[in-house]
Design a protein around this ligand. Structure first.
Ligand code: FAD
Length: 381
C-alpha cells in the first residue's frame, strides 16, 4: 500500500486524509493536540464558522455533505443591527442561497471520525512535528508526554499544520522561498448569547448577525443548542481599543453605548470577557507551496487570511478539491500535480486574502450605510 504522512488533524488535514484514503493511501496523521473528541466541549462555548459553496463542493466530492449538513444551520442573509436597535435583513441572494454555520470543534470531530472510518487512516494525537526532511518527504514527531520521537517513512508529506506550520518553517529555510507575515491592527474576542430557557434562539436563527460600527464590529452566528457565538473584532489601540478596556466598568460602558441591544442579550458578558482570550489576526503569504515533488502545504499553512470573508477554511477545503483534480489528470504523477496545484492555488490564495480585508470594510462600515443598501438592492434586481 502507498503511504502518506499528514502533519495536523485540523479541518483541512482531516479532510485531505479522506481524499488520500479514497485514493488507496495508508495515511498517518500526527496531531500536536489531544483528541478533541475526548475533550469536554461545553454547550454554549462552541466557536463556529461559516461554511459556503467552495467548502460544500469539497465535502460533497468525497460524500461527506449529508453528514455535515446534520450539524449545520443555514443562514440566508445578514441581519444588521443599527445603534437604535432597528433591524435590516439583507438576503444573500434572491434564490434563497445560504451560507451555513457549523461548530469548528464539531466539524473537526466529524471529519476525524469520517477519516478514521475509511479504514486506512490512523491519527496519532499528542505528536508535534519537530523536524522535517524535505529531500525524502519524511518528518519527526515528538510525543508530548514521553518526548519519544517517531520518524516517518520517506514518501509523501503534507503540512496542514495551520498558520504557524512547522512543515512550512522547514521550507522557509530553503533558497528562494518567499514568506510574509502580517498582523492587522484588529484582534478578536469570542463572546456568546445563551439560548432561551426552552433551548430556542434569542434572535433570528437563520441569519448572520452584524453590528457594524465603523472601527468596531460584532458578529453572531447560530449554534444548534440555541446559543450564538459572537465575535468582537476590535482594534488593540485607540481610546476604546482592547488595551484601553482595562476595567469591567469600561467594558460595560463600551457595550452599552456601542451595542445596546446585544448588551441586553449578554448578561454574562463580563464572564466571557475574562474567560476568553483576546486573539490576534495574521495574514500569511508564501511560495512555493511544494518541495521536491514530495512535500506540500494545504490550508492555513500556505495561506492564512483574516476571517472577514468567512473563507479561510473554505479555501483550504478547495485546496483539497483542486489538488485531487490534478492528481486525477496526471495519473498521480505527484511532482507534476504538486506544481500544477501550487500554480493554480497561489493567485487564488492571494485574491481571497485581499477580498477578505476588503470585506472587513464592507461589513463594519458599509452594511449600515443606506446608500450602500440601496445599491445592493438595485444590483439584486
Ligand atoms: P488549523 O485549523 O489551524 O489546523 C491546524 C492543525 O494542526 C491543528 O489541529 C493544530 O493543533 C495542528 N498543529 C499545529 N502545529 C502542529 C505541529 N507542529 N505538529 C502537529 N500538528 C500541529 N474560515 C471559514 O471558512 N469560515 C469562517 O467563518 C471562518 N471564521 C473564522 C473566524 C476566526 C475568528 C478565525 C481566526 C478564523 C476563521 N476562519 C474561517 C478561518 C479558519 O479557521 C481556518 O482557515 C481553518 O481553521 C484552517 O484550517 P487548517 O486545517 O488549515 O488549520
Amino acid at each position: 500500500m502507498k503511504n502518506a504522512t499528514i502533519a495536523g488533524a485540523g479541518l483541512v488535514g482531516s479532510l485531505w486524509a479522506v481524499y488520500l484514503a479514497k485514493r488507496g493511501y495508508k495515511v498517518d496523521i500526527y496531531e500536536s493536540r489531544t483528541d478533541l473528541r475526548k475533550a469536554n466541549l461545553s454547550a454554549g462555548k462552541s466557536i463556529n464558522l461559516a461554511l459556503s459553496d467552495r467548502g460544500w463542493k469539497a465535502l460533497e466530492k468525497v460524500g461527506l455533505g449529508d453528514e455535515i449538513r446534520k450539524v449545520a444551520i443555514p443562514m440566508y442573509g445578514r441581519m444588521i443591527h443599527a445603534l437604535d436597535g432597528s433591524l435590516t435583513h439583507q438576503p444573500y441572494s434572491v434564490n434563497g442561497d445560504a451560507i451555513w454555520s457549523v461548530s469548528r470543534g464539531g466539524l473537526n470531530c466529524v471529519l476525524m471520525d469520517l477519516a478514521e472510518a475509511q479504514g486506512n487512516v490512523d491519527i496519532h494525537f499528542n505528536h508535534k512535528c519537530t523536524g522535517v526532511d524535505l529531500e525524502t518527504g519524511s518528518a519527526t514527531f515528538s510525543e508530548r508526554n514521553s518526548g519519544e520521537k517517531v520518524m516517518t517513512e520517506p514518501g509523501l508529506l503534507f503540512g496542514t499544520d495551520g498558520a504557524f506550520s512547522a512543515v512550512r518553517k522547514a521550507m522557509q529555510r530553503t533558497d528562494r522561498f518567499n514568506y510574509q507575515q502580517e498582523y492587522i491592527e484588529h484582534g478578536y474576542k469570542e463572546l456568546s448569547i445563551h439560548p432561551n430557557e426552552d433551548g430556542t434562539h434569542k434572535i433570528e436563527k437563520n441569519a448572520l448577525h452584524i453590528w457594524p460600527r465603523g472601527e468596531f464590529m460584532l458578529i453572531a452566528l447560530p449554534n444548534l443548542d440555541g446559543s450564538f457565538t459572537c465575535t468582537l473584532f476590535h482594534p488593540y489601540g485607540g481610546e476604546v481599543g482592547f488595551d484601553a478596556l482595562d476595567t469591567d466598568e469600561k467594558v460595560v460602558d463600551f457595550f452599552k453605548s456601542t451595542f445596546p441591544d446585544a448588551y441586553e442579550l449578554m448578561p454574562h458578558l463580563l464572564d466571557d470577557w475574562h474567560e476568553n482570550p483576546t486573539s490576534s489576526l495574521v495574514i500569511i503569504r508564501c511560495f512555493p507551496w511544494t518541495k521536491n515533488g514530495k512535500v506540500a502545504l494545504l490550508g492555513d499553512a500556505s495561506h492564512a487570511i483574516v476571517p472577514f470573508y468567512g473563507q479561510g477554511m473554505n479555501a483550504g477545503f478547495e485546496d483539497c478539491t483542486i489538488f485531487e483534480k490534478f492528481l486525477e489528470e496526471t495519473n498521480e504523477d505527484w511532482p507534476t500535480a504538486m506544481k500544477l496545484y501550487e500554480e493554480e492555488r497561489k493567485p487564488n490564495g492571494d485574491a481571497i486574502a485581499e477580498l477578505a480585508m476588503r470585506n472587513f470594510v464592507e461589513m463594519r462600515d458599509l452594511t449600515g450605510d443606506p446608500k450602500f443598501l440601496l445599491q445592493k438592492q438595485i444590483e439584486r434586481k
